[in-house]
Design a protein around this ligand. Structure first.
Ligand code: UDP
Ligand code: MG
Length: 336
């Protein structure tokens, strides 16, 4: 009998006590539908304080496939997902929200596409129910702005609800940057990705756990981690101001030297102010360019990721077995 594949489901949980029983029940039903796999569900409790922290261990007792990771403090949604992915052992890992906005019933379809050979199956929302107009507007604006500004193209209207294959999960766990924008990072990884349309439900219960402040931080993390455009704006602005100040300087000189109708000291002051303003912005932009490069370095992302190697010498799965092979190779080399 072939080895049973493992599927992990990672769910961040922050004060979702009203949803947890229903959520777990619905996940259990999905698991029962696909008994050919071995299942593992990982709840990451992001330091809840509404009783979820007490309910979760009880659920883990009841369901053998359930594990719970408890955080020491609130680290936020993206870090909770990261911890869950790090912990998960699956050949495929599904990430979904814990408020039932992402219906678990979509998982079998994701698994099917994964078995057809896709490495990432992300769920794109066709419709969003029960969100405030403000959220809809800002989210839509954000995704479109991100698309314009970032070198990495992320799919529009797609959250973190997705399935990832083991090679993608391994790649993701090599990326240890602190400000994490996981949907961008998954796009950056590459591999074969496909989408699945779904209708995003209302929150089952309770309020959004993303405060306006958290939302803004998240948007900043996304834009600044994946785009150098704001920095380039400074340099461009510097050049524009310098160029126009040059024209200004000519005008001031014309007034002083030809028309003789200015107050003493005004022209020299204007010349200096205009000139320095432009120069300063250009310099800040230059410094920014270096900061951007330092930023690229400190993130310590892998330079490249290998999806597959077709060769007689090496096994052709993921980069993981590749590095094993390289170590083996190095070993035999040093011995001879
Ligand atoms: N969440 C979390 N830590 C936080 C905020 C949210 O783990 O600090 C979880 C939350 O429990 C939910 C998911 O992240 O499972 C998405 O949060 P929410 O539904 O509040 O965000 P929205 O859908 O409104 O964007
Ligand atoms: Mg939600």
């Amino acid at each position: 009998m072939p080895l049973q594949k493992i599927i992990s489901v990672v769910i961040p949980v922050y004060n979702e006590i009203g949803t947890l029983p229903v959520l777990t029940e619905r996940v259990a039903q999905v698991i029962a539908q696909l008994p050919q796999f071995q299942w593992e569900v990982v709840y990451v409790n992001d330091n809840s304080s509404d009783g979820s922290e007490k309910l979760l261990p009880q659920l883990a007792e009841k369901y053998p496939w359930l594990s719970v990771i408890h955080f020491s403090r609130n680290f936020g949604h993206q870090i909770a997902i990261t911890a869950g992915i790090d912990y998960a052992q699956g050949d495929a890992v599904v990430v979904m929200d814990g408020d039932l906005q992402d219906p678990p019933e979509l998982i079998p379809e994701m698994v099917e596409l994964w078995q057809e050979g896709f490495d990432v199956v992300y769920a794109t929302r066709q419709q969003r129910e029960g969100e405030s107009l403000f959220k809809l507007l800002t989210a839509s604006l954000f995704y479109r702005l991100f698309r314009k500004m970032s070198e990495v193209k992320i799919p529009l209207d797609t959250g973190d609800f997705r399935l990832m294959s083991r090679p993608v999960v391994n790649a993701l766990s090599q990326m240890r940057e602190k400000s994490r924008f996981i949907r961008g990072m998954v796009s950056w990884v590459g591999f074969s990705q496909t989408s699945l349309l779904y209708e995003r439900d209302k929150r089952y219960e309770g309020e959004t756990k993303y405060t306006l402040f958290k939302m803004m931080r998240f948007a900043m993390d996304g834009l600044l981690s994946f785009s150098k455009v704001p920095l380039q704006w400074i340099t461009t602005l510097g050049f524009i101001i310098s160029a126009s100040s040059f024209i200004g300087i000519l005008l001031v000189l014309y007034q002083t030297m030809v028309l003789h109708d200015t107050i003493r000291g005004w022209s020299s002051l204007m010349v200096v102010v205009l000139f320095l303003g432009g120069v300063q912005l250009i310099c800040v932009g230059m410094v920014g360019e270096y900061v951007a490069r330092i930023f690229d370095e400190v993130r310590q992302r892998p330079l490249y990721l290998i999806q597959r190697i077709d060769s007689r010498r090496m096994s052709n799965t993921a980069s993981e077995s590749l590095s094993e092979e390289i170590q083996l190779y190095d070993h035999s080399y040093s011995e001879s």
